[in-house]
Design a protein around this ligand. Structure first.
Ligand code: FBP
Length: 548
């Protein structure tokens, strides 16, 4: 494998660990826990893994001789920077306790467990991937582990390889499934532990115990670097408005964090749009007003950040999408025979008056996307909707109307961007490199101490690493009941942007100034070597959340 100069230098980086992991550790257990909501139902569904205490690893003087163990690891869902370091931390943690322990990686996600597709991860293999981005060491996948048949298939290979524990590195859904699997094996007395690790660039897997999901830090820094570069270009040429969509599926954490880092003219926060019951036209008018106000000062340029999930948070669009889903699900055959050029009119004629009006007002391309791209469950794939183009076009139309009415004088030329995949496999920042390595180490300690149904946790991460607190949180503690595919299911509660939280309030207190002025910040690329204030800063979101 040919390596870049940075990769070679980075391979030698030794991630920082919490103090507890620098010698022998012991487990300190807290009080029994409760789930965040629906306690009775969650307890009933998880009789063997409900109510367990939060555990913390603390330094100890007692040297224990641990037996060798075999462990399986799975990378689940979208890539996030630092996954390789979770695996290296897990590997080093296990080997440190007993050099005869073995780590098996299941290939291409949870499907690897079901299909018995695996490889042993050796010292040489791990060495190649230390501190690198990506999930390519074993690959990732989105197969959901949820049926008994899958659990049983998994058990066959677990038995064959004499695996004591599985570590599942994933987002909220994958960790929910990890918990279901832990419960299933516990109920069966199969003697197989299941441990989760909090991963997702989206930043929506966090709660009182889990400060952040790994990858969020690096991905936001990469996007902020590029947005900063665009802002400098924008401020140099002074002729474009840049509409920038940012990944993050539902929650707007990424867009908000980038806004805090780069101070754009506008950032839309989906959670606020929903709370204020804004229509698409309200969002368009809000942007157009800011454009017009800058134009009045002779500034015909700017930046607009748009969260990926925006469309689904606009209440009226949500209703439209829901009616379209239902209509197309039951009339797919008839619709497939309608000529492309007549499809729009056909849909307009079939929808309720309110939804027909909204549908008719959408630009051609978006209207088509809403009727075409559906996932296997029959839902519109909102992430494929080019919201950045939609808004740029609709703002342009609004400004043209205002121009005719003499309400706006200016020029409006746009560029559109979508940043997502560019950041998901970036080389992890020092924060993510250290955080992930520590999470892997914590997972190894949970395994060795016989825990199951726990998520590895590292807290106090805005402090220097030696003060970080390592432990594990029962996954049932993060659960509530939610409707999925028409059925109530136990799931980990997703963390959306809190409008009364400090990150949003800070943004809201500054956005009017950012809209009218040109207060751009240019964060530059992630730095791996150099002064700590340049290399080791956590996200603004985390710093604000942790500040008193
Ligand atoms: P996870 O929730 O699995 O971590 O994935 C996050 C994400 O990157 C979202 O931000 C994005 O909407 C989605 O994955 C894209 O999925 P895909 O990788 O299948 O294109």
């Amino acid at each position: 494998m040919t390596k870049s100069a940075l990769e070679i230098a980075r391979a030698a980086y030794q991630p920082k660990l919490p103090k507890a992991f620098r010698g022998s550790v012991k487990v300190s257990e807290g009080e029994p826990t409760q789930s965040v909501a629906n306690q009775d139902e969650i307890k009933r569904i998880f009789p063997n893994t409900y109510g367990m205490p939060i555990v913390q690893f603390v330094e100890s003087n007692t040297q224990i001789n641990y037996p060798a163990v075999n462990v399986g690891v799975i990378l689940s869902g979208g890539q996030a920077p630092g996954g390789h370091n979770v695996i290296s931390g897990l590997f080093d943690g296990l080997k440190n306790l007993n050099p005869d322990s073995k780590l098996y990686g299941f290939i291409l996600g949870p499907g690897g467990l079901v299909d018995h597709n695996y490889m042993e991860l050796t010292t040489e293999i791990i060495y190649e991937y230390r501190n690198t981005g990506g999930f390519d060491i074993i690959g990732s996948g989105r197969t959901k582990l949820e049926s008994e048949a899958q659990f049983e298939k998994g058990l066959e290979i677990i038995r064959e390889l004499n695996i004591k524990a599985l570590v599942i590195i994933g987002g909220d859904d994958s960790n929910t499934n990890a918990c279901v699997l832990a419960e299933y094996y516990a109920a069966k007395k199969a003697n197989v532990q299941v441990i989760g690790c909090p991963k997702t660039i989206d930043g929506d897997l966090k709660n009182d115990q889990i400060e952040t999901s790994f990858g969020f830090d690096t991905a936001c820094k990469v996007y902020s670097e590029v947005i900063g570069n665009i802002q400098r270009d924008c401020n140099s040429a002074r002729k474009y408005w840049h509409f920038i969509k940012l990944m993050g599926r539902s929650a707007s954490h990424i867009a908000l964090e980038c806004a805090l880092q780069v101070q754009p003219n506008i950032c839309i926060v989906s959670e606020e749009v929903e709370a204020k019951n804004m229509s698409l036209d309200d969002v368009v008018t809000y942007i157009a007003k800011a454009v017009a106000a800058r134009a009045a000062q002779g500034h015909n340029f700017g930046t607009v950040l748009i969260p990926e999930g925006l469309i689904e948070f606009i209440p009226a669009m949500k209703k439209l999408i829901s009616e379209l889903n239902d209509f197309l699900a039951s009339n797919a055959e008839e619709f497939s025979h309608i000529k492309k050029s007549h499809q729009r009119d056909y849909i307009v004629s079939k929808l309720s008056k309110e939804n027909a009006e909204i549908y008719a007002s959408l630009p051609e391309g978006v209207a088509r996307q809403l009727t075409l791209d559906r996932d296997p469950h029959g839902n519109v794939q909102v992430s494929l909707i080019e919201t950045e183009k939609l808004l740029a076009e609709m703002v342009g139309n609004k400004l043209a109307e205002w121009k005719e009415q003499g309400k706006y004088v200016g020029k409006f030329a746009t560029q559109v961007h979508f940043f997502g995949y560019e950041g998901r496999c970036a080389a992890p920042s020092n924060y993510d490199a250290d955080y992930c390595y520590s999470l892997g180490y914590a997972a190894s300690a949970l395994v060795i101490n016989g825990k199951t149904g726990y998520m590895a946790s590292i807290r106090n991460t805005t402090a220097p690493a030696e003060k970080w607190i390592a432990g594990g949180v029962p996954i049932t503690m993060m659960m509530n009941m939610e409707k999925r595919n028409g059925e109530m299911k136990p799931v980990i509660q997703k963390a959306l942007v809190k409008l009364d939280g400090k990150p949003f309030r800070t943004f809201a207190s500054k956005r009017d100034d950012w809209a009218i002025n040109t207060d751009y910040v240019y964060p530059g690329p992630i730095q791996y070597f150099g002064p700590t204030e340049v290399c080791d800063q956590p996200t603004k979101t985390l710093q604000l959340e942790q500040s008193k």
